[in-house]
Design a binder for this molecule. Sequence first.
Ligand code: 3HC
Ligand code: NAI
Length: 648
Amino acid sequence: MSHDAEFLTVHRDGGIAVVTLDNPPVNALSAGVRKALWDAVDRLDADRDIRAVVLICAGRTFIAGADVREFGQPPVPPHLPDLVDHIEAAAKPWIAAIHGSALGGGFEIAMGCRFRVALSSARVGLPEVNLGIVPGASGTVRTPRLGGAAAAVELATSGRPWSAGKAQKAGLIDTVLEDDLLAGAVAFARAALDRPLPPPTSQREVGPMDDGFWDEARKTAARQGHQAPLRALDCIRFATEAPFAEAMAYERETFLELRASDEAAALRHVFFAERAAPRPAWLEGVTALPMRKVGVIGGGTMGAGIAAACRMAGLPVVLIERDGEALARGVANIDQTFAGAVSRGKLTDAARADLLAGVTGSTDYAALADCDLVIEAVFEEIGVKREVFAKLGQVCREDAVLATNTSYLDPRAIVAGMPHGRRFIGLHFFSPAHVMKLLEIVPTPETSDEVLATAFALARTLGKIPVRAGICEGFIGNRIFKRYRAEAEALLRQGVALADVDAAMRGFGFRMGPFEAQDLSGLDIAFLQREGARAAGQVIPDTLSDILVRAGRKGQKTGGGWYDYPAESRRPQVSRATAELLAPHVAAPQAMTVEAIAAHLVGAMADEGRDILADGIAASAADIDLVEIHGYGFPRWKGGPMFFAGIR
Ligand code: 3HC
Ligand code: NAI
């Protein structure tokens, strides 16, 4: 079969050829697709009956970009930049008809076309920086020529796509259609043939921008923490100042350099891990139970966040609290998350009211009778939790899934002796639960496959990244975090400065170092957990943070923890009080480079990850990487601790 027949069909509508590209799932530009498009240009140019060509795609989207799976391999001709040029140079004008997303190479192909029409629901963008690269087929060169430098900078450095409407305003799209893309595009093509053609994108002028614009753009791009956004900016600036061919050469050189970089390899690893996680192969063929209504027990920090996440995904929620006062507080907590979205412009007041109307609050567990899933998020005390699950057994449907959000308790102990085993599971959300993407799914040995599949389906509905975790203290994430904290404290004991440890981890790419992060979330949570274990007879020597908590230093909320936070400031200041409290426990000051500190701590995370794999707590190294990236702020461009340590 020729590549044409494999990937393209061509039909004629009067003098208009309609080329339909079909390369599921997202019409990525594999070598075969590139060849097929190249040949189609030649064939249609040679066809006297054809006056214009509409390029449209089958399936869920227009071309979503280069085929990322080819990135680890040597490039195969025809190369994408040449194909875009070839389409632009065609004797017959090509019109891109866009639905879904035109991303990266897909948008570059569209810009090589003489016109672009799009459904209003479509999006266009240059997400290459998310893969650690810059656009490599004229995105940084054609975008400023078509839509101006500001549009190019925003699209290529943020990686976030624009709606068709926004793109049209910038001149990147010619016409936006509400429906019937094909008919609209063909009609557009006919009308366009009656007028003089606009110049091809490569021949358009681009106005220079002043230094202030570039300085501002550089600051914004630098905030992303990795090199690709800054390099994309360099390419765009050069493209606004240099002739087309020179700008193309510079972009290509940058693209090829970055494609081979460690950052790009790491980001590709994360890209595929994130897409594999929601549908693990070992759940294939298992059907999830229906999910129409969710109950949440406890409207505190976690319960409110979980309820908000469910509402934002369209699920009705029943919230149960201890008494009327706690219920009112819980409902207010939920509404606060919606109010936050309104103030950020993400939600209208009407939508906020709708979301809240979908929350039924009650102090009577009988209100849970028709829930398909109930998630418990009450105090972290085994007695309280067991009482909750005993009640759930009485009021819930027999097929309702019952879940606990416990962080540290053994899920088996929560329902031990109850008849809930098969339908019981741990669903460990992260705070704030309506924002954080990670969901650790913790089945017990008794949990049925259907219930496990339902948990993964819930994650998909909520837009979360699910990772299956086995039962051990802290599951995957908190177990690694505990080791990380302990190793960071060990460095302090050796005489390394607190501020150097935090600076090292920020330098590595975390938003905060381990001590700043503890000050933010509060040192008392882990302290209380250790105290509980001590009370139960475990011998746990005092950690340095225990010494601080005993002295009343619990973190930002008490004005000081590892650092001082005078006058409710959130800026950590090195604390003399902390130094004095810890002085008897730390060695003489010892210099250690930030690189060595980061290598040591990330190495410790990977070591713990290795043990977690050996214990069967995580199914794969990639899962551990996802936990760290989506639950603990590990920089995604480093790929996660396991990828970073070369453990696959
Ligand atoms: N190459 C190869 N496979 C891709 C792909 C790509 N560019 N984009 C998506 N896929 C695959 C996914 O791995 C997944 O495969 P699976 O079903 O086997 O797991 C499948 O397509 C579906 O992907 P999603 O689950 O993400 O599907 P959605 O419908 O949720 O989203 C999408 C569709 C918005 C297109 C989303 O897939 C996406 O954002 N893709 C990435 C687009 C991208 O980064 N493009 C730029 C590539 S780099 C480039 O073009 C360089 C150029 O400038 C030279
Ligand atoms: P919280 O103290 O903020 O909220 C607990 C809520 O449960 C309170 O509103 C309380 O009134 C309610 N409650 C207590 N007993 C109840 C009962 N019998 N019936 C109904 N409601 C009851 O606690 P938080 O932080 O939300 O934690 C809840 C659970 O989530 C704990 O198991 C915790 O370990 C876990 N968790 C906490 C995280 C965090 O960052 N705070 C992260 C992940 C899990």
